[in-house]
Design a protein around this ligand. Structure first.
Ligand code: PEP
Ligand code: MN
Length: 392
């Protein structure tokens, strides 16, 4: 066993403190015997479609909850999410006359990286943080927050149920409307047992497209090693601390065969910082000649705290970051490949119109157990703005 300490921490960042190693081992063993949720051919098909995005012949819409909930996997709920994705994709497709590659943060987005292991409470005490339904419960109760390895099996079962609804919907809407499943490749106790052998490498059988988060993209860490070992199309979140050398190294590690569509960088800098942080990154990657898709995640660099203590984001900052992303990529003759959004078809009040509203805003329908999502109108406005920019 590896001794605990800074090195072990760095290699396997953001893993929950599982309380029962024996049960965890049994669960891992059970997962390793489960059938693949996604066949490798479907992941290969997505790589081919992403190659079209890399060539500037198609656009990506990737969106959904910050954290999917086990309670939200009933077919009517899933169908509403798919309906929102399909509607927004159609708007881009008609607006641009280009194919749209549509991915949900869906059918497995059950694990969250967290900045702090504890969440402070108003009474001065603290709770272990919620890490996603695959790990613990969101309820503000210390017992709910104990990581439970059996939740990994539930995550598999719920993902299978959601995928089954997605397949039924796809049959109803035709092959061109296929919506792909994506989530963050975070929980090694889930992803590693679900690895399968495939032609030319491993296959992450939990997902079509998996991404590595901003907090786990250490080139020497276990997550990048996992991403390098699979043939699925993969993404990496790129935040303010990323250097040009980091991205060059990641591009070399994750796309050594220079396969178009294999690798996507998902930029989440913040509207205030993107203008000076992104240009050197784009230039350094372009210089390597390694093909990558560039997406904008205008959500995660623009999170603020409201006066009431809610995590929120303003539509104004989101639209500013989208516009800056578009300009920076275009000025460097690169294709602004698409949008990565946290959104919901439900009429929530989680994001605000303007940052200056944060001080006094009330959030009567704040439902997210994690990050604030765009409601349907806000998501439509963001997609509309992106489409309008690409038309210019
Ligand atoms: C997320 O996508 O929910 C997330 C945690 O993103 P990031 O890794 O970019 O912070
Ligand atoms: Mn999030």
């Amino acid at each position: 066993m590896t001794a605990p300490g800074p090195t072990a921490e760095k290699v396997t960042a953001q893993q929950p403190p599982w309380p029962d190693p024996d049960r965890l081992e049994e669960v891992r063993h059970a997962l390793s015997g489960r059938p693949p949720l996604i066949p490798p051919e479907e992941a290969g098909e997505l790589t081919r479609r992403m190659a079209g995005v890399q060539r500037g012949e198609a656009v990506v819409l990737q969106g959904g909850d910050c954290a999917e909930l086990f309670a939200d996997t009933a077919p009517p709920v899933v169908r509403r999410k798919l309906g929102q994705l399909r509607e927004l994709s159609a708007e881009i497709r008609t607006g641009l006359g280009l194919p749209v590659v549509t991915m949900g943060r869906i059918a497995g987005q059950y694990a969250k990286p967290r900045s702090l292991p504890y969440e402070p409470l108003p009474d001065g005490t603290a709770l272990p943080v919620y890490r996603g339904d695959a790990v613990n419960g969101a309820a503000a109760d210390p017992r709910a927050r104990i990581p439970d390895p059996d939740r990994l099996l539930t995550a598999y079962d719920r993902a299978a149920a959601v995928l089954s609804t997605m397949r039924d919907e796809q049959t109803a809407h035709g092959a061109a409307e296929r919506i792909f499943a994506s989530h963050e490749l975070l929980l090694l106790a889930y992803e590693l047992p679900l690895l399968r052998a495939a032609d030319g490498g491993g296959h992450a059988s939990s997902v079509h497209f998996g991404w590595i988060g901003e907090r786990t993209r250490d080139p020497e860490g276990a997550h990048i090693r996992l991403a390098a070992s699979i043939r699925n199309p993969v993404g990496v979140k790129v935040g303010p601390s990323a250097t040009p050398a980091d991205l060059v190294e990641l591009a070399q590690l994750l796309n050594p065969e220079r396969l178009p569509g294999r690798l996507t960088f998902i930029v989440r800098m913040g509207a205030d910082r993107i203008t000076w942080l992104l240009p050197p990154l784009v230039e350094a990657v372009a210089e390597t000649g390694i093909p990558v898709v560039w997406l904008t995640d205008p959500m995660h660099g623009n999170t603020i705290r409201s006066g009431s203590g809610h995590k929120t984001r303003s539509l104004r900052a989101i639209l500013d970051e989208v516009a800056a992303f578009h300009r920076i990529l275009r000025d460097r003759r690169q294709w602004p490949g698409g949008l990565h959004l946290e959104m919901t078809p439900e009429p929530v009040t989680e994001c605000l119109a303007r940052p200056e509203d944060a001080g006094t805003a009330a959030f009567p329908r704040y439902r997210s157990p994690c990050d604030p999502r765009l409601n349907p109108e806000q998501a439509a406005e963001t997609v509309h703005a992106f489409t309008a920019l690409l038309r210019t």
